[in-house]
Every structure is written in C-alpha cells, then in structure tokens.
Design a protein around this ligand. Structure first.
Ligand code: SAH
Length: 187
C-alpha cells in the first residue's frame, strides 16, 4: 500500500486528507474506500504473484493498484463510465501493465477471464451473487460486503474447495450499494 500514492486517486481538494484513514468522495455518489478496509480485504485474499484477481467496483482505482502490486493479473469492472475512464488513465499513467478494466455491471463478473484465484467486491449487494461464486477457482477466495440498502452490512469471506463453498461472516462494514440492472441470482 505504501507504494500506491493515494493522493493521486482523489480530487485536488481532497488531496490534503488522502493519507488519513477514512473514505473520501470521488464523485457520482461513490467513495474511495478507507485504507484500513483496503488492507483488511486485500490481506484476506492471500494473494501470490501469480494470482488472477477480479474486482467489482473499480471506483478510483486505488484498490485495483494495491491488487496489481501483489497479484499477477487484475481484472476490474466499474459501472460508472466516468469513473472507469478516469481510473484507466490514472492506472496507465502510474505504469500498471497487469490491469484490465471493463465498463459494465459487475454483478455477473467477467466470465471470459474466469476462473479467478481471488474476487473482491467493493460495493455491497444484498446477497452473495451466484455468478461470482461460479467464477471462483478451486481454492479461491472471495471477500465482499453483503447487506440490503439501509441495513447493516457484513463483510463475508467465501472460499471454494472443489464443489464445497464455505461462507464466513467477519465483521460489520459500510460500503456503497452494488447497483445495476442485474437479474438477481443469489447463491
Ligand atoms: N475500490 C474503490 C471503491 C469505489 S466505491 C475505491 O476505493 O475507489 C464502489 C464502486 O462500485 C463505485 O465506483 C460504484 O460505481 C461501483 N459499482 C456499484 N455497483 C456496481 C456494479 N453493479 N458493477 C460494477 N461496479 C459497481
């Protein structure tokens, strides 16, 4: 995380606060996540330098960059076009070559590049999306906030061993909701 300059992922007027441990607005009603939460979620993924990672909710691209520092290849989906475009320029400008970004609804993941050793969702659906579980590799790990809008959200760790899927409830969290025109397919 030290290698990723967080002040370059926020507007000029928020740069002075960029190294404080809290979320900041990035426009379009969205936020760059709290650094502590980026650390917790990244650690839970147990990435190695070969790992293929899927992220849902590129936002500023800060979490994407942290993943790119640790993993082999990072795929990230964002459904606000302006955020997707800014993140693309920013990550390219910082020299990240192992990142692919897609504009669209991440509820359905990115099946073309599946399976993923790790999946991270940085916006909250109200259930664990089945398409994401299906795109998890054997021994893969997914971390995501789950909770209905206006209700408490829980950070959940999903692990796959063959056909055995385990879900662990970890802690209370607060993320922006996962929105989109998806058909709901709860796992
Ligand atoms: N990791 C980002 C978090 C941004 S907030 C950061 O630290 O900057 C979560 C992001 O998820 C927002 O940018 C929001 O637009 C996006 N999002 C919400 N629903 C989505 C969906 N269905 N598909 C893809 N992205 C989504």
């Amino acid at each position: 995380m030290d290698r990723v300059p967080r002040h370059l992922f926020v507007d000029a007027r928020h740069q002075a606060q960029a190294y404080n441990d809290h979320p900041l607005p990035i426009g379009y009603g969205q936020t760059i996540s709290q650094p502590y939460m980026v650390a917790v979620m990244t650690e839970l993924l147990q990435l190695d330098p070969q790992a293929r990672v899927l992220e849902i909710g590129t936002g500023s691209g800060f979490q994407t960059a942290v993943l790119a520092e640790l993993a082999g290849q990072v795929f990230s989906v964002e459904q606000v076009l302006a955020l997707h475009e800014v993140a693309r320029e920013r990550l390219a400008g910082l020299g990240y070559r192992n990142v692919e970004l897609r504009y669209g609804d991440g509820y359905h993941g990115w099946p073309e590049h599946a399976p993923y050793d790790a999946i991270i969702v940085t916006c909250a659906p109200d259930h664990v999306p089945a398409p994401l579980v299906e795109q998890l590799a054997n021994e893969g790990r997914m971390v995501l906030p789950v909770g209905a809008v206006g209700r408490e959200q829980r950070l959940v760790l999903v692990t796959r061993r063959g056909e055995h899927i385990q879900q662990r409830d970890l802690m209370a969290v607060a993320f922006v909701p996962l929105t989109g025109g998806h058909e709901q397919i709860p796992y």
